[in-house]
Design a protein around this ligand. Structure first.
Ligand SMILES: Cc1cc2nc3c(=O)[nH]c(=O)nc-3n(C[C@H](O)[C@H](O)[C@H](O)COP(=O)(O)O)c2cc1C
Length: 404
């Protein structure tokens, strides 16, 4: 370490020790900023991977990953809304044997934490979804791949050694959607998660800003338009091989609930609706034959000025009234967040950006370490609350700070 770096770190450490700045979270930022991880095993929490990934990933790709929409209040609410709930301990429960396993649509997984669909994972690591599949395999956890994945789905499933779920963008042409669905089903996908939260565009301000900073020639990797924005995206994605992408949109502004029936008519896969946040929509989802719901706001990347998903979960559960499983994602950064979502009634809990931070930092071992960290934190929360299995986690161990 040279003298300048040494004195900068000394100053930062001095500032981090200030009680005022510590209360503002500054200390955590500084320590994470200093984290130069030699190996994935060195990471103590997912934020150390975030700090490392931020340094490694080129600005435009980092912007794609980090961005919310507009002023990013929904993005922040996703994490901060977890603070509403505190955990209530339970003593003298024999916690010598713990089981984190869950069963979703008849398949058992070792943890309730699932890997959310994130597009274009080769933008973060050369092995992209394949590295994630190996990590999901070694930890026996559910991987959900995006329609706009950067590797062929058949190769991902082979690497996972078991089926993955696929997320479906509806497109604006039903024959294209049908081709995507048929290919997924033929590849052995048991569950398709149709994303409904982005019908007509969004304003990803951070992504646009960071793209301007990126001095690389992006056209080496993908087509770019005059402003530097990626174009012709779908044609470059493996799921669209053999599909006419001329004029094809990823989503459609004109879709209504009828789409779910049409989808169910062309597939025997279970249909999960991803992006439900309101009780009324939850009731309609059940009425229209959904097999499951993922409460999600696309990681704060769709509607601005919305609630955190953990705040939406209770009313969605009320609308569903136990008829189909309800999962949730958005802002989950700690095992205690997972615990809270399960205690409120979620059947499983998704993480998005955190595992991509691990992927960008170290590939497969990074994703594995992220899963290990969150699973360990979850196990410790279960121990503290006296819940030996996911079935034993319930709302009795939650304190609602709004009602104090
Ligand atoms: C870079 C990025 C790409 C994403 N791509 C997709 C996608 O292709 N399809 C989809 O349904 N959701 C997508 N999402 C949303 C995630 O599936 C998930 O809902 C969200 O990331 C969860 O929030 P978290 O990142 O705070 O954990 C994406 C999110 C990010 C950050």
């Amino acid at each position: 370490m040279d003298d300048t770096t040494h004195s900068r770190r000394a100053l930062l450490r001095f500032l981090a020790a200030s009680p005022v700045l510590a209360a503002s979270g500054f200390a955590q930022c500084v320590l994470a900023d200093e984290a130069a991880l030699a190996s994935a095993a060195d990471a103590l929490d997912v934020f150390e991977f975030e700090a490392m990934a931020r340094k490694i990933v080129p600005p435009a790709h980092w912007g794609y990953l980090a961005s919310g929409v507009d002023g990013e209040t929904t993005l922040r609410a996703n994490s901060s809304d977890y603070a509403r709930w505190q955990l209530k301990p339970k003593r003298f429960v024999d916690v010598s044997k713990m089981d984190l396993g869950v069963t979703l649509f008849g398949t058992h997984y070792k943890s309730p934490v699932l890997l959310c669909p994130i597009g274009s994972q080769r933008a973060f690591h050369a092995e992209g979804e394949l590295a994630v599949a190996r990590a999901a395999r070694s930890r026996d956890q559910l991987q959900v791949v995006s329609t706009v994945m950067s590797m062929p789905i058949e190769a991902i499933i082979q690497m996972r050694g078991a089926p993955v779920w696929m997320q479906l963008y509806t497109t604006n042409r039903f024959e294209a959607t049908t081709a995507l669905v048929k290919r997924a089903q033929a590849a052995g996908v048991p569950v398709i998660a149709v994303t409904v939260d982005l019908p007509a565009g969004r304003n990803t301000e951070t992504a646009s800003r960071l793209r301007r900073e990126d001095t690389r020639t992006c056209s080496n990797c993908h087509q770019v338009g005059p402003t530097g924005n990626p174009t012709g995206g779908l044609a470059t994605k493996p799921m669209f091989a053999g599909i006419d992408t001329q004029g094809l949109g990823q989503t459609s502004p004109s879709l209504t609930w009828d789409f779910i029936k049409r989808l169910k008519d062309i597939t025997t896969m279970k249909v999960v609706i991803k992006g439900i946040e309101a009780r009324e929509d939850a009731e309609l989802a059940v009425q229209h034959g959904a097999d499951g719901i993922m409460v999600s706001n696309h990681g704060g990347r769709a509607l601005e000025s919305g609630r955190g998903t953990i705040a939406s979960l209770p009313e969605v559960l009320q609308g569903v009234a136990g008829r189909i499983p309800v999962m949730v994602d958005g802002g989950v950064r700690r095992g205690t967040d997972v615990y809270k979502a399960l205690a409120l009634g979620a059947a499983a809990v998704g993480i998005g950006r955190p595992y991509v931070w691990g992927l960008a930092s170290f590939g497969q071992p990074g994703v594995e370490r992220v899963l290990d960290i969150i699973n360990t934190e979850l196990r410790l929360a279960m121990v503290g609350c006296g819940a030996r299995s996911v079935a034993e986690i319930n709302a009795a161990s939650l304190i609602d700070t709004r009602r104090l």
